[in-house]
Design a protein around this ligand. Structure first.
Ligand SMILES: [Zn+2]
Ligand SMILES: [Zn+2]
Length: 381
């Protein structure tokens, strides 16, 4: 999309004065403000455009550069507007927060330039760390969690005023949120002690929440953990975070998943890895072993005769499901041949006999051990 001329965007004439530009910007920003244009999907884009244009034109230096070179003045990373074009990264909130601050008062009823914050305030986002087992990550699970959170006060419906009455402009600071005090030769500005900078006070604070508009309360929340989650998976529950202040929207709740270590399975993406012990006899003669699977069942695996420790086999589709569909991983098993221990005298006797037979049965370098033996015999001779 070609960039529109900044003056055209603001609906101002080239050569307009700073005051005229400010006026033009305010009227455009009001017209396009997202709160008033929920039914116009283009408004947000245009609102960002207006902010981007004013970000440049309100600054004498940037304006001069723009007047001279046009958009080229801010391309190639040289001398561009601070932090790039607002909204270029898709972060809408930050796009208008700086420029919008001094306008906000106008919309909220005349606290202009006072630094008094708008009375409605979005609640904070909350993070909840949830540990699940590998089995739960495999199957998915419904979990009930207790979220310590402040929620909107029911008694005043979040307004902070008894009976839901509207707050009034703070008498101490006249809604500015700040007060001036003489200190020696200097005049200092302080946050208003009466309203704590909010610019408004409540005549009859709600008794239940003491005027805060929210109360601390543990909430039981049922969370659906989908199959395939991994450590680091984040689940966002919109609007389940901290309640907003004085009727503001709630924040979001983020659930951070941590999958516990498993006693026998190691996970690598959707694949599972498992070391399976086999007896010396099974490894030598061949046979079957039973392998536990993550779904709680068992699979029988054929062990070929003469298997060595480290031999790997793959059980298709016995791994973990992918989080957003796309199939199931495999289970890789690795054999570990067990040396028998606590032998009876009969077993010892048989093994000695076995050893003797092995010497006669020249194995022709069939195993690693026989290769080593051949090597040493060669050294001696
Ligand atoms: Zn209340
Ligand atoms: Zn005040």
């Amino acid at each position: 999309m070609a960039k529109r001329d900044f003056y055209e965007v603001l609906g101002a004439a080239r050569g307009a004065s700073a005051d005229e530009l400010k006026k033009a910007y305010r009227s455009k920003a009001k017209e396009l403000h997202p709160d008033r244009n929920s039914d116009n999907p283009k408004a947000e884009e245009q609102f960002k455009e207006v902010n981007a244009a004013y970000e440049v034109l309100k600054d004498a230096e940037k304006k001069a550069a723009y007047d001279r070179y046009g958009h080229a003045a801010f391309e190639g990373g040289m001398g561009g507007p601070r932090g790039g074009q607002p909204g270029a990264n898709g972060d809408f909130a930050s796009a208008f927060s700086d420029v919008f601050e001094d306008l906000f008062g106008d919309f909220m009823g005349g606290q202009r330039g006072g630094g008094g914050r708008s009375r409605a305030q979005r609640g904070s986002d909350l993070r909840y760390n949830l540990r699940v087992t590998l089995e739960e990550a495999f199957a998915g699970i419904q979990k009930t969690i207790n979220v310590p959170a402040s929620v909107a006060c029911e008694s005043c419906r979040g307004s902070g005023a008894e009976g839901g009455a509207e707050p009034v402009t703070c008498p101490t600071c006249s809604g500015m949120g700040k007060v001036r005090a003489q200190q020696g030769f200097f005049t200092v500005e302080r946050t208003c002690p009466t309203c704590n900078g909010m610019g408004q006070t409540i005549k009859n604070p709600c008794k239940k929440c003491a005027g805060a508009g929210r109360v601390e309360q543990d909430r039981a929340l049922s969370v659906n953990i989908p199959a395939g989650v991994e450590t680091g998976t984040r689940i966002r529950l919109a609007g389940e975070g901290e309640a907003g202040l004085r009727g503001g929207p709630s924040g979001d709740l983020y659930i951070f998943i941590e999958v516990r270590e498993h006693a026998i399975f190691q996970r690598d993406g959707t694949h599972l890895f498992c070391r399976v012990p086999v007896t010396m006899a099974t490894a030598a003669l061949g046979g079957e072993v039973e392998v536990p699977t993550i779904d709680g069942g068992k699979s029988r695996v054929k062990v070929p005769g003469g298997s060595q420790t480290g031999k790997q086999m793959r059980l298709r589709s016995k791994g973990m499901p992918a989080l957003r569909g796309g199939g199931v991983g495999d289970m890789l098993i690795e054999l570990a041949v067990e040396t028998p221990v606590n032998l009876t005298s009969k077993q010892k006797e048989l093994l000695r006999e076995f050893e003797k037979l092995s010497e006669d049965n020249n194995p022709e370098g069939q195993t690693f051990f026989s290769k080593v033996r051949t090597f040493w015999d060669g050294m001696k001779g």
